[in-house]
Design a protein around this ligand. Structure first.
Ligand code: HSE
Length: 310
């Protein structure tokens, strides 16, 4: 059995407009990389972290890469130690599922190095513990698609029940990340805890429309379903030029646009790569007109989830 492994786990778009905490999808790039090496004792030690500007802790009980590994080992009663190297390849607090990518890469690597005692999908509860240390809530809409790829619906949290659904082949995602940080914990605290019935009706209509649109390749229906009545109105104020950027995506031909996860990244869906690139550039320009630097990522839906790099 191998003594070390290097794993890539992808960035993700959570919520996907109308599906707060229940929809998520994986993209092809960016993603985090984790190297795990077996130790001769049972210690879990973070040897190095790159790409985080020194912001992340190396305390294994507090870092999102190691907490899922610790819970996984405890649950299987395994006494195996690892040296961990974490390479952050995406900004923290970006709305790209940065903590999830690390959490998934770590526990996926540990499972592989130990001969895959669990199926990938059974690593979800441990990956969610990484989210709990990152933002105080063990939401699954980033970690589930990072772990199994594709577009995932979290049907229920208790008991945990998630389904991966098919997506149209020509569906592309443009994500623009403005150079500002939004802390997921703060972006959850500002949310209203109650909703009135007519908003719930409108939201559930869109959730159903989105699933039907994705499963029947109905791009127009996907676009019509991309209105979030519950969360986006509260969070948009955290993102400068949100309305302008969203409008510029729609004007450039996007099916719809919304906040990626808790933000500040904004994502748009488009039919076709060419339109997605045009939409991405248009969103980028709108931010930059306001003096905000951005990174742009355009990608199909990542159907693979984590990859073994070596
Ligand atoms: N569903 C989570 C939220 C995703 O919106 O708070 C965070 O990336």
């Amino acid at each position: 059995m191998a003594e070390s492994i290097k794993i890539f786990a992808p960035a993700t778009v959570a919520n996907v407009s109308c599906g707060f905490d229940i929809f998520g999808l994986a993209v092809e790039q960016p993603g985090d990389e984790v190297v795990l090496r077996k130790r001769t004792d049972d210690k879990i030690i973070i040897q190095s972290i790159s790409g985080d500007e020194g912001k992340l802790t190396k305390d294994p009980e507090k870092n999102t890469v190691t907490v899922p590994i610790l819970r996984f080992l405890e649950s299987l009663d395994l006494r195996q130690g690892f040296d961990v190297e974490l390479h952050k390849k995406m900004p923290l607090g970006s709305g790209l599922g940065s903590s999830s990518a690390s959490a998934v890469a770590g526990v996926f690597a540990a499972n592989k190095l130990l001969g895959s005692p669990l199926e990938s999908r059974d690593l979800l509860p441990f990956s969610m513990e990484g989210e709990r240390v990152a933002c105080g809530a063990a939401h699954a809409d980033n970690v589930a698609p990072a772990l199994v790829g594709g577009f995932v619906i979290i049907r229920s949290y208790a008991p945990l029940d998630f389904i991966r659904i098919q997506t149209p082949q020509n569906l592309y995602v443009s994500i623009v990340h403005p150079d500002i940080e939004v802390n997921t914990k703060d972006a959850r605290i500002i949310l209203r805890q109650e909703a009135i019935l007519n908003k719930i009706v409108a939201q559930t209509g869109n959730v159903a429309g989105m699933v039907a649109g994705l499963m029947t390749d109905d791009y127009a229906l996907i676009g019509r379903s991309m209105t979030d009545h519950l969360v986006e109105p509260n969070r948009a104020i955290l993102i400068p030029y949100f309305n302008e950027v969203k409008s510029s995506a729609l004007e450039a031909g996007a099916l719809g646009a919304s906040i990626s996860g808790a933000g500040p990244s904004i994502f748009a869906f488009s039919e076709g790569l060419e339109t997605a690139q045009k939409v991405g550039l248009s969103m980028k320009k709108t931010f930059e007109k306001g003096g905000i630097e951005t990174n742009l990522f355009v990608s199909g839906i990542n159907q693979d989830g984590p990859l073994i790099l070596g």
